[in-house]
Design a protein around this ligand. Structure first.
Ligand SMILES: C[S@@+](CC[C@H](N)C(=O)[O-])C[C@H]1O[C@@H](n2cnc3c(N)ncnc32)[C@H](O)[C@@H]1O
Ligand SMILES: Nc1nc2[nH]cc(C(=O)O)c2c(=O)[nH]1
Ligand code: SF4
Ligand SMILES: [Mg+2]
Length: 216
């Protein structure tokens, strides 16, 4: 059984594939936060910009089999066109993404990407692994295609990730829109990220372009 908060067709807004048309499949639930505002400030991840509770979003629902979920989301891809690209996200997609769903998507022509916090093992067959670390102690995925660190995070120095086996290193300014007043860093996160990249050229800037465009 797969639990899906929402599924939608949009442009990848972030990171190395920014601007690419993509089908987003957002799984319900996360292992670093309950998703309830009352527990945000005690959670392992406190700045999350996403509602991942339940199945009540657009095209959300519960799906008994990989084939049923694939058929449901594949219907959102523009008919007759290839270049199929699915981004599994959440919540934490590694809690639910499995080899049967990967095979099902592959058999229907998809390249498969994941957005993960990197704290859980991943099934084989994912074509593009983007890890966004939150709690370094719990990080188990230490190689992949893209490491996309939200910046700044207290006690999380980008340099500690530079030795990991990733092909691309991105810093993404923290969107402070969901933080409570006492949590907000006293800096402009875009400016801080820009300056960090300029002084540490291992890192590139990732902006959340879908938010600027006002799209999903
Ligand atoms: C909502 S998460 C879901 C996937 C997975 N749980 C993760 O954390 O990577 C998707 C992406 O949004 C990023 N993100 C979440 N909250 C953010 C915020 N307030 N500002 C900037 N990026 C954020 C995450 O770091 C991650 O790269
Ligand atoms: N357009 C768009 N791009 C995204 N890239 C990663 C997202 C996510 O929430 O995982 C996301 C999202 O929610 N929307
Ligand atoms: S790990 Fe990802 S989904 Fe979970 S709370 Fe953090 S940003 Fe949100
Ligand atoms: Mg998002």
């Amino acid at each position: 059984m797969y639990s899906i908060k929402e599924a939608f067709y949009s442009l990848q807004g972030e990171g190395a594939h920014a601007g690419r048309p993509a089908l987003f499949c957002r799984f319900t639930g996360c292992n670093l936060w309950s998703g309830l505002e009352k527990t945000r400030s005690q959670s392992d991840c406190q700045f999350c910009d996403t509602d991942f509770i339940g199945t009540d979003g657009q095209n959300g629902g519960k799906f008994k089999t990989a084939s049923q979920l694939r058929s449901h989301i594949d219907a959102l891809w523009p008919s007759g066109h290839g270049y199929k690209y699915v981004v599994f996200t959440g919540g934490e997609p590694a809690l639910q993404l499995d080899t049967s769903l990967i095979k099902e998507m592959k058999d229907h022509g998809y390249m498969i990407a994941i957005e993960t916090n990197g704290t859980l093992a991943l099934p084989d067959g994912i074509d593009w692994i983007c890890v966004s670390p939150k709690t370094p102690k719990k990080l188990v995925i230490t190689k992949g295609d893209e490491l996309k660190l939200v910046y700044p995070q207290e006690q999380l120095d980008p340099e500690q990730f530079e030795t990991l086996d990733f092909d691309n290193f991105y810093l993404q300014p923290m969107d402070q829109g969901h933080l409570s007043v006492d949590q907000i860093p006293l800096i402009n996160t875009q400016e801080a990220t820009l300056h960090y990249c300029l002084s540490h050229p291992r890192w590139r800037l990732s902006l959340q372009t879908h938010k600027m465009l006002n799209i999903d």
